[in-house]
Design a protein around this ligand. Structure first.
Ligand code: ADP
Length: 591
């Protein structure tokens, strides 16, 4: 199961994650589509404007090309040689004019330059000596001829009937003596124009009234007709006399001006722009590639997608940081709680250990005490036994005085035993746990009484130096005795085998404090041991003789009293005995 912090983080991250996912799955494609749409509509508008401007230029260019030499037939129509020839077409004059027209046409790079009489028959022509010579041909049915005859000037685009080469015809009538006698016609081809348009980016074409392309920089489109159904309205609607002709391979995408063309490298899309040439029935069309629009749309779409994705990720990163912070704080709190829990557990363990130790020390003390008590009671018991036996014998002999003495001895021994058990009762009393005024004098006296046998056995001189007035300290009598028994017992142990064996108990009371000292003339304490005396189980005694608990328990007891227990060597260095000092609070009441 995840930790509470883990659950919190998972919960806190749920919302940002959902938002991030939504932004990435919906926001990114949506932004990309919107941006691409917006960019492509802007780019299309630009492209349309550009295409229209470009088309106006091509239109001007076309018109300039067509009118390039419009003045030539006009000038020739007024030429005396031409009107003379029309009045009298002698072979010599015809020949002369043929050559003249040939020279001019070559210089103009025109397809043909010729003179027709009033009936429409060609009298002289620049192509007089070619297989498709116009000389003798009648073109009276041609619109440009009729227009020139009627209005003075005629223009017409047409496929040459003889040459089958398309061209633009400009005709001017020849007037002599107020009579129309004929016309001069110039036919220009579109090679030059198509060559000029060839390198342009746009695909260009000019369609005639019937919707047939006759000038174009895409040679395969020449003489192809516009598709029948065009989804946009053209400036000039084709009249529909283009049956039998191939149709331009344009695929319109729905009701729009976009055209798809199949190329070598797949399909490509174009924008169709058309304008009518003023004064004529021609339409100029351009097809501009839509590639830049697509590129713009892509770039804008990708940029928008990247921007939205980055914004979403940045927002997510911020959320992550916030969550990380929350996680850290939660973890800190968790680890603090864990630490507190461990400290509490360790404290409880320590308490339990301390209780166990106290228990063990009590048992050890009990053992010691039992041995002492057994020893103390066995002696008077044995004495009582022999006094009693003696008394029986003395009674039989009638020595009543001696019997009385024996009985008195027995009574005294009984008193001594009673005093021992009285002290034991005092020790056996459970520590009440409540602190109160305890007389130091009586505590010392009781402790010494308890250890009297041991001190006597070890031949130890006891010196008690207490003030005359009793001193009362804040303590618990049984436990204070316990401490003193321990200190005195240790002193006796330390002096075993020493030449001088003197125990001194001193007390100084002043300013609310009592300093109770237990000093001996034993071996003293090694420097290294001074710091560990009060550590539980520290002992220098043989196994079975000491548990090393006495001082640590005593230390704890004295601290419970609000006092302290310290140890030192009497002269400041080992070898001259040790001194233990109990610092206790007095009850300020001397009795
Ligand atoms: P134990 O008496 O069972 O060893 P204590 O805690 O009472 O346990 O004493 C610890 C140790 O302190 C003793 O083993 C002894 O080395 C040292 N010690 C205590 N009292 C004295 C003393 N009066 N003189 C020298 N060493 C002492």
């Amino acid at each position: 199961m995840p930790s509470p912090a883990g659950q919190l983080v998972a919960r806190a991250l749920e919302r940002p994650r959902r938002l991030l996912l939504t932004a990435l799955l919906l926001g990114v494609p949506l932004a990309a589509a919107l941006a691409a749409g917006w960019a492509s509509s802007l780019a299309i508008d630009d492209l349309k404007d550009g295409a229209r401007a470009q088309l106006a230029l091509y239109n001007a260019n076309l018109r300039a090309e067509l009118e390039r030499h419009a003045a030539v037939p006009l000038a020739l129509a007024q030429d005396a040689e031409v009107s003379a020839l029309l009045a009298n077409p002698t072979p010599a004059a015809v020949d002369r004019l043929n050559r003249k027209l040939q020279d001019i046409a070559r210089a103009l790079d025109a397809l043909a330059l010729y003179v027709m009489d009033a009936k429409g028959t060609t009298v002289a022509a620049s192509n007089w000596n070619s297989a498709t010579s116009f000389v003798g041909e009648n073109f009276s049915y041609r619109p440009y001829f009729r227009m020139a005859m009627d209005q003075g000037e005629g223009h017409h685009f047409a496929l040459g009937t003889t040459s089958l080469v398309p061209g633009y015809y400009t005709a001017n009538r020849v007037v002599a003596e107020n009579r129309t006698v004929g016309a001069v016609v110039l036919k220009l081809g579109f090679d030059r124009l198509e060559r000029a348009w060839a390198p342009s980016q746009e695909k260009l074409l000019v369609t005639d009234r019937d919707g047939v392309a006759f000038i174009t920089n895409v040679s395969s489109w020449r003489y192809h007709a516009l598709p029948r159904r065009i989804p946009i309205s053209l400036p000039i609607v084709p009249e529909g006399t283009s049956e039998g002709l191939d149709v331009l391979p344009w695929a319109f995408g729905g009701a729009s001006d976009r055209i798809a063309l199949e190329g070598k490298d797949g399909q490509r899309r174009y924008l169709l722009t058309s304008i009518a040439m003023p004064g004529g029935d021609w339409t100029l069309h351009s097809l501009t590639s839509l590639d830049p629009v697509t590129a713009h749309a892509w770039v804008a779409g990708l940029l928008a997608a990247a921007a939205v994705a980055m914004a979403a990720l940045a927002a997510y990163a911020v959320a992550l940081r916030r969550v990380a912070l929350v996680e850290r704080i939660t973890l800190q709190e968790e680890s603090r709680a864990e630490l507190e829990r461990r400290v509490a557990a360790a404290t409880a363990d320590l308490r339990a250990a301390e209780n166990e130790l106290t228990q063990a020390a009590k048992l050890a003390a009990l053992g010691q005490m039992s041995a002492g008590i057994a020893h103390e009671i066995n002696q008077p018991l044995a004495a009582m036994r022999s006094f009693a036996d003696n008394a029986v014998v003395l009674l039989e002999r009638g020595r009543m005085d001696a019997v009385r003495d024996n009985l008195t001895e027995i009574a005294e021994l009984t008193d001594r035993m009673a005093s021992i058990t009285r002290q034991l009762k005092g020790f056996a009393r459970r520590a009440s746990g409540t602190l109160g005024p305890v007389s130091v004098h009586s505590a010392v006296a009781q402790a010494l009484a308890l250890l009297e046998a041991k001190l006597r056995r070890e031949d130890i001189a006891v010196e008690v130096d207490l003030p005359d007035l009793p001193v009362r300290v804040v303590a618990e009598d049984v436990r204070l005795q316990q401490v003193l028994v321990n200190l005195i017992g240790n002193a006796a142990d330390a002096m075993r085998g020493c030449p001088v064996r003197r125990l001194r108990i001193g007390l100084v009371a002043a300013e609310g404090e009592a300093l109770l000292s237990v000093a001996d003339t034993g071996s003293g304490i090694a420097e290294a041991d001074l710091s560990r005396l009060f550590v539980p189980f520290f002992t220098t005694k043989e196994a079975g003789e000491g548990l090393g608990l006495g001082l640590s328990i005593s230390h704890g007891i004295v601290e419970d009293f609000g006092g302290s227990l310290t140890a030192a060597n009497r002269t400041g260095e080992p070898g001259h005995g040790a001194i233990f000092t109990l610092r206790l609070k007095t009850t300020e009441q001397t009795l």
